[in-house]
Design a protein around this ligand. Structure first.
Ligand code: ZN
Length: 284
């Protein structure tokens, strides 16, 4: 039995009364074929009969992503395995915050109303959401959420450059060093959006690790795809960036000045290897 210690109202620093002693979170689930999943709250609840997202109070031991997934399972029978997390957006009132977790459907399930707090679940096309009587907080958040719907953060990692940026003996075993980097990248989750100009957001990136030379045999694992450069790594990185969807946020990790200019010209942003390694160190 998990500890449910988050239930209760709090008053935030702006003087509002909110549900969730440790804040609250909701799941914005998108399916390219069906739209987004909205939930109509039962008439007797706080802001009853309005449409919003499955979600609820965080417990003290939970991250917002964990709470959103748990609430979606409890309220709508959506299993966590069916979710591919993309990003999250934080609204912080001081003393209380709300996190919307954006995910795409990555498995089959039959959503259904599971508890008395909600009356109906419905897939709605994004352009029709604003025509529904929405919960006022969701209505306010929706335009910014809609803007990021279906978009991913794609991290294109210049493997040789990142491996070479920290003197840890990589030159004795370049292939092994690439595998170690790959395994650390596989754990990247909820990274801050500051580097893509979205400071209140976090991202679960799709990672493309570009390897060359002795590291070309590196196998993909989990969310990390591996691109073996046929000749030089820089051209493979530029080609990779060019092939990505225009709506995605692309962050190329390299310290190579010429490559930085080439990918910036393609619309990508650049992250220093030291900044990536700092993020990975924080996760360890
Ligand atoms: Zn408030």
């Amino acid at each position: 039995m998990t500890r449910e210690d988050g239930d209760g109202f709090v008053v935030c620093l702006r003087g509002h009364r909110h549900w969730g002693r440790f804040g609250a979170a909701g799941l914005l689930l998108a399916d390219p074929a069906r739209g987004v999943l909205l939930q109509r709250r039962a008439w007797w609840t706080h802001h009853g009969s309005t449409w919003a997202l499955p979600g609820g109070a965080l417990n003290s031991h939970e991250t917002p992503a964990q709470a959103a997934a748990r609430e979606a399972e409890e309220e709508a029978a959506i299993p966590a395995e069916a979710l591919r997390l993309a990003s999250s957006s934080l609204v912080d009132h001081g003393g209380w915050s709300y996190t919307t977790v954006l995910a795409t459907v990555a498995g089959t399930f039959s959503e259904r109303v599971m508890n008395a707090e909600s009356d109906e679940l419905r897939w709605v096309a994004p352009e029709e959401v604003e025509n529904f009587p929405l919960h006022k907080d969701f209505a306010q958040a929706w335009p910014a959420l809609k803007d990021q719907l279906g978009r991913e953060l794609v991290l294109v990692v210049d493997g040789a450059n990142v491996v070479g940026s920290r003197p840890d003996g990589w030159w004795r075993d370049r292939a092994g060093a690439a595998v170690r980097l790959r395994d650390r990248l596989a754990g990247l989750a909820g990274i801050p959006g500051d580097d893509v100009g979205l400071p209140d957001w976090r991202w679960w990136p799709r990672v493309l690790l570009v390897v060359e030379g002795q590291a070309r045999g590196t196998e993909p694992v989990g969310e990390v795809e591996v691109i073996a450069a046929p000749r030089d790594g820089d051209s493979a990185i530029v080609d990779t960036v060019r092939a990505l969807r225009p709506e995605d946020h692309v962050l190329v990790v390299t310290a190579d000045r010429e490559l930085r200019d080439r990918v910036t010209a393609e619309g990508a942003r650049v992250l220093a290897p030291s900044a990536l390694l700092r993020l990975l160190d924080e996760l360890d």
